[in-house]
Design a binder for this molecule. Structure first.
Ligand code: MG
Length: 323
């Protein structure tokens, strides 16, 4: 892929995901019906859950920015993990540079193990009950690094980065599926074709590495190819990784703008910040920076630093492809 478009795409992705996270933060844990009754209109800040200042993003964005920051120096799993530890203990990339909140159970356990010297290849829980959306929510920057690699390498690096906190195959496949879809969106093809191609390539690849059918069944709704035709009631939005992945693809396919998709994700309720962040990461690749509402961008914490980080990552990737 041509890398000239990268600064714009990375800038849109990091800011888009962050804005989606900010939007959802105020509504986290409310059910769909509670949101419908209490908030007929979703606004970018209402105090609400976590009651942080306007423009404050959560763990989703912090860990996404930590990953992007690390990738500026190439791929180094130890360094990515180290930045996650520094986020938790020092507030690295926290919205105000110090306050850490909204951390998930698996992520916290993994970070404690990393602090105690466990390798990032072994730090993430790998049991079937550790399939929250904690690696999916922070995986997006990796595609900018892996997009031109062979599919086997793309899968392997995705597995390692997810595995720092979420090592079960379901979380790994969810991250892989999300990044393959992001990769097709980056190539500029229409979102419906991107979804179709993602289903083909992911299913085929997973069969070549002998992922069991009983595990693949968890992706049946996505693989059906017609998720966009389902009624909203069948789309869940808990902290379970499959729910978040399905909801993000659904919001991508059933809306016409960045804003509409983010609002729809929040209205689904429950894990609103992550559903909206994961959705917005995808839609930002289609609609770009211009598609993100100005009033959301203006209020985004650390916006200048996030833009600088995006440019730094783009420049680093461009330099590495020249070598
Ligand atoms: Mg969060």
């Amino acid at each position: 892929m041509d890398s000239n478009y990268l600064p714009g795409k990375i800038g849109a992705a990091l800011q888009g995901l962050s804005c989606g996270d900010v939007l959802g933060r105020s509504y986290e844990f409310l059910s769909r019906s509670e949101i419908r009754e209490m908030f007929p209109e979703i606004i970018d800040w209402n105090g609400g859950t976590h009651n942080q200042p306007k423009g404050t993003y959560t763990d989703d964005t912090c860990l996404t920015l930590c990953l992007a920051d690390s990738l500026c120096n190439g791929f180094n799993l130890e360094d990515i993990a180290d930045k996650f530890v520094r986020w938790y203990f020092e507030g690295l990339w926290a919205a105000d540079g110090k306050t850490v909140f909204d951390i998930g159970i698996s992520t916290r356990k993994a970070i404690d193990r990393l602090r105690d010297g466990v390798s990032p290849l072994c730090s993430g829980d790998s049991d079937v009950y550790s399939n929250g959306n904690g690696s999916l929510m922070r995986i997006l920057p990796l595609i900018f690094y892996t997009k031109d690699m062979e599919i086997g390498q793309r899968f392997e690096l995705t597995k390692q980065v997810s595995g720092i906190t979420h090592a079960h195959i379901r979380s790994v496949i969810s991250c892989f599926y999300y990044l393959e879809l992001a990769r097709y969106l980056l190539s500029g093809i229409c979102k419906f074709e991107a979804y179709r191609q993602t289903n083909l390539i992911v299913r085929e690849y997973l069969q070549t590495i002998n992922v069991e059918d009983k595990e693949l069944k968890h992706f049946d709704i996505l693989f059906s190819g017609n998720i966009a035709e389902l009624p909203e009631e069948l789309i869940n939005s808990s902290g379970y990784v499959i729910d978040t992945l399905e909801a993000s693809v659904y919001c991508l396919l059933t809306t016409q703008s960045f804003k509409e998709a983010a609002l729809k994700a929040v209205r689904f309720g429950l894990d609103t910040d992550t559903t909206s962040a994961v959705t917005s990461g995808l839609t930002s690749l289609i609609y770009g920076l211009k598609g993100i509402p100005n009033e959301w961008l203006e209020n985004l914490a650390r916006r200048e630093e996030i833009m600088t980080l995006a440019n730094r990552l783009a420049e680093s990737l461009r330099a590495s492809t020249k070598n």
